[in-house]
Design a protein around this ligand. Sequence first.
Ligand SMILES: Nc1ncnc2c1ncn2[C@@H]1O[C@H](COP(=O)(O)OP(=O)(O)OP(=O)(O)O)[C@@H](O)[C@H]1O
Ligand SMILES: [Mg+2]
Length: 270
Amino acid sequence: MKKKQLIVVKLGGSAITAKDEDKPEVNSSNLDRLAKEMTEAWNESGFSMVVVHGAGPFGHVPARKYDLDKGLKGSWQIEGISETHQSMEGLNYRVVDSLRRAGLPAVAFQPSAGGVLRNGRLVSFPIYVLKELLKLGIVPVAYGDVLFDREKGVSILSGDHLVPYLAKKLNADRVILVADVPGIFDRDPKKNKDAKIIKELGRKNVGLVKEIGSAKGVDVTGGMKGKLGELLRLAGMGIESEIVCGFEDGTLKRALLGERGLGTIIKKDS
Ligand SMILES: Nc1ncnc2c1ncn2[C@@H]1O[C@H](COP(=O)(O)OP(=O)(O)OP(=O)(O)O)[C@@H](O)[C@H]1O
Ligand SMILES: [Mg+2]
């Protein structure tokens, strides 16, 4: 039997929460529409899929409040680990619920239950379990989380780090990240109305990006800059990825069905 294609999809916090307002609110209508597009593409094409979702204010705000991105400094942060994780679990429940209502066999996958970081980078993750779930036809849904860190005590696992890690370990065929912008621009498109999109990015032309930063809301994992760094590293390992807009009707579905070039492709220099 031919091996099914594996697609790793990140639903960015910017596309599924009220990130700009820093309120822990789900953008339900957009999440449900994205879930519907994922289900339609999944039914039409029959690929395997791992979903990772970002945090928006659900994770970034409590993580900043307790300085969790700086490692374990004192016992006052312990409550913050619990609060941040529970908040992310709440968002994860909403994402899984939306995917299930749309018709996907989605199952929550808690990164902090089995993942270990060292200085904020994954050094182990229960890949074997994920592979078995995928074989069953399950759609695992992981997320940015607070993890045990061998050097720092605890630190944040960003969805943008988890996505390339899984793509590499699972040998993914496609990597698609959904955000509130249609890709990477030469300047932050939310602040510069004449910002120009860059359709293909690699290490050689990364200098075209003159301004890249965090979102308007709090982002403890480096915003678009952190994302680009992670994706360039993944491209260096031979796996290209694409950032597409989560607010355009039909774009995610088309990308899942195989169209390339709908946003910004991050690839290895030829
Ligand atoms: N040069 C740039 N090109 C595109 N977007 C940029 C640029 N510089 C800054 N940004 C900002 O990056 C934001 C998207 O990154 P952000 O980290 O907020 O999204 P996300 O990863 O989907 O969210 P989360 O981290 O919560 O999952 C956009 O809203 C945009 O304003
Ligand atoms: Mg982000």
